[in-house]
Every structure is written in structure tokens, then in C-alpha cells.
Ligand binder design. Structure first.
Ligand SMILES: *[C@@H]1O[C@H](CO)[C@@H](O)[C@H](O)[C@H]1NC(C)=O
Ligand SMILES: *[C@@H]1O[C@H](CO)[C@@H](O)[C@H](O)[C@H]1NC(C)=O
Ligand SMILES: *[C@@H]1O[C@H](CO)[C@@H](O)[C@H](O)[C@H]1NC(C)=O
Ligand SMILES: *[C@@H]1O[C@H](CO)[C@@H](O)[C@H](O)[C@H]1NC(C)=O
Length: 259
């Protein structure tokens, strides 16, 4: 049951994720053609993926950097007190929340220049410090940061529990706000350019969308981006972007040192 507070929170977020799969909830005929190609994945393949959960609803994703450190999007944090958000690691199906333990957030470090306006803004990056350490194993582990320049285009993996479908008859803000995945989805998208602190993956197929904000974008085994926004620029054409890890390395490192 999604509460009205969560709906208003969701409405105030511009989010993201992942498209889809043979096992996602909608019958095949209802799917928007070509917003496809992602699929249900296992948490073992993406053990660094976590869900940021408010009122039992995964509002965003994040990545594990250390046993007690999560990196995510700033806009996933700005509407909530740390006490409202629980971090679930090692989860594949959202229904597992019943049996898994959500971990509280002790501290939130939002980029100092981040200015939440409700629209996509720069410096959309935050680090969460957990109240207790995660226990690493086959379903829970960390991801390394991309620290070396890379050439584009490059193929990358996006994952999360966000929308698996879009209705292009609706406005850009509403088109993909629904169809939230039950099982963790992942897909491959191609990063075409990196500029102004963002990496971009225009696509007619796999994209990150509503609910995928904060989730990992990984290439060559390293975290290269944090899902931030997805605009529909024409029917069936997405322009997905993610905060570029490479461009925020100094901030990430100094923030980690300050914890
Ligand atoms: C958060 O929870 C802790 C522990 O229950 C409590 O001490 C603290 O006052 C809470 N903070 C807020 C802002 O509600
Ligand atoms: C944040 O953004 C709003 C809306 O664009 C602007 O009015 C305000 O001055 C900005 N605040 C800062 C601190 O930059
Ligand atoms: C990305 O993956 C696709 C499908 O495997 C492949 O055709 C394409 O060459 C890859 N692109 C890059 C830049 O590696
Ligand atoms: C898409 O949105 C339009 C306009 O609101 C609506 O009429 C239609 O039923 C929706 N399609 C689906 C598959 O939900």
C-alpha cells in the first residue's frame, strides 16, 4: 500500500530506472514497445545495489562503497530525515523486505552546492553513513569507484526497482511514474557523452527512470555514475543522465575522509 505521503514525495522527485523484463508485472501487450531490453537480474550479480526505503517503498537506489557507506543521489535525501529512510541491502524482490533488516542512516552528507528545486539540478550526489555495518557476502558487497578517464561511447549497466514501462501519452514528468519493478532489474545502456559533471545515455530502449534515482551505473566493474534524471525528448526516446563519478571524485574522497 503506497501512502499518500509517499505519492507526494514521489511526485516531487524526478526519478529514474529501469526497463525491463520477461518477468515484470505487465502483460506483454501493455508494454510500450522498445522501452525494453532490461531484465530481472540477481542480487548476486549486483551485490552493491541497495534500496532506500521510506514507508516500505523503495524510493531510490544506492551503491555500497564500504560496509557503512552508501552513495546515492542528493535528491533522494533532501525530502527526508535520516530517520525516515531505511537501507536494504542483499535484496532482489521487494517482498523480501519483510524478512530482511533495514538499516538506519546515521548521517547524510549532501553535496554543499546541491540546491533542491524539484527540477534536475547539478551536484546531485550524497553519501549516507549507516548506523551499523553491512555484512558482506554473496548478496552484499561493495563497488569500486571509476578513477581513470574512459573513452565514450562505453556500455554500462543500470539497475534498480524503478519503472519498467512508460506511457508516452502522458507528460514527461508522469510518463514513467508507475509500473515499479518488484524484482531488481538491470539493463545495458550506452554512455554517449560526458560533460558538465554528467554522463548521458540517450536511448530508445533500456533506460533508468522513476524510482531508479541514486542507483548505480557501472562500466568495466567500476561505478561511473549515479542515476539522476531521464527526460523523454521525443516519443520513445529517452535522454538519461547520471552524475559522473569521475567528476566528483575529489568531493567523494574528501567527504569520506571527513566521516
Ligand atoms: C532519530 O532517531 C533517534 C533514535 O531513535 C533519535 O534519538 C533522534 O532524536 C531521531 N531524530 C529525529 C530528527 O527524529
Ligand atoms: C536555488 O535555486 C533557486 C531556484 O532556481 C534559486 O532561486 C536560489 O537562489 C538557489 N539557491 C542557491 C543557494 O543557489
Ligand atoms: C555495446 O554493446 C552492444 C551489444 O553487445 C555492442 O554491439 C556495442 O558494440 C557495444 N558498444 C560499445 C561502445 O562497447
Ligand atoms: C496512457 O495514458 C493515456 C492518457 O491518460 C490513457 O488514456 C491510456 O489508457 C494510458 N495507457 C496505458 C497503457 O496505461
Amino acid at each position: 500500500m503506497v501512502s499518500s505521503s509517499i505519492l507526494s514525495i514521489m511526485a516531487s522527485l524526478f526519478l529514474i530506472v529501469l526497463i525491463f523484463s520477461a518477468t515484470s508485472a505487465l502483460p506483454h501487450q501493455q508494454r510500450v514497445k522498445r522501452v525494453v531490453k532490461g531484465s530481472s537480474t540477481s542480487i548476486e550479480t549486483i551485490p552493491y545495489q541497495v534500496a532506500l526505503v521510506v514507508d516500505n517503498f523503495p524510493i531510490c537506489g544506492g551503491s555500497i562503497l564500504q560496509e557503512n557507506i552508501i552513495i546515492t543521489a542528493a535528491h533522494c535525501c533532501c525530502s527526508y530525515l535520516p530517520n525516515d529512510t531505511l537501507i536494504y541491502a542483499g535484496m532482489y524482490n521487494k517482498k523480501e523486505m519483510r524478512n530482511l533488516k533495514g538499516i538506519r542512516v546515521k548521517d547524510v552528507k549532501i553535496h554543499e552546492k546541491y540546491n533542491y528545486t524539484g527540477d534536475p539540478t547539478p551536484d546531485d550526489i550524497a553519501i549516507l553513513v549507516l548506523e551499523e555495518d553491512l555484512v558482506f557476502g554473496p548478496t552484499i558487497g561493495k563497488v569500486g569507484l571509476m578513477e581513470e578517464d574512459f573513452a565514450v561511447p562505453v556500455n554500462a549497466t543500470i539497475s534498480g526497482w524503478g519503472s519498467t514501462n512508460c506511457n508516452f501519452s502522458l507528460s514527461n514528468e508522469q510518463a514513467c511514474n508507475g509500473w515499479f519493478a518488484t524484482e531488481l532489474q538491470s539493463g545495458t545502456l550506452t554512455i554517449q557523452r560526458r560533460e558538465n559533471g554528467l554522463i548521458y545515455a540517450p536511448s530508445t530502449e533500456v533506460t533508468g527512470n522513476y524510482g531508479d534515482s541514486g542507483s548505480p551505473v557501472v562500466a568495466n566493474g567500476k561505478l561511473i555514475g549515479i542515476a539522476r534524471n531521464c527526460d523523454i525528448v521525443a516519443p520513445n526516446i529517452f535522454d538519461f543522465d547520471a552524475t559522473s563519478i569521475l567528476d566528483y571524485l575529489p568531493w567523494i574522497k574528501s567527504t569520506l575522509e571527513s566521516i
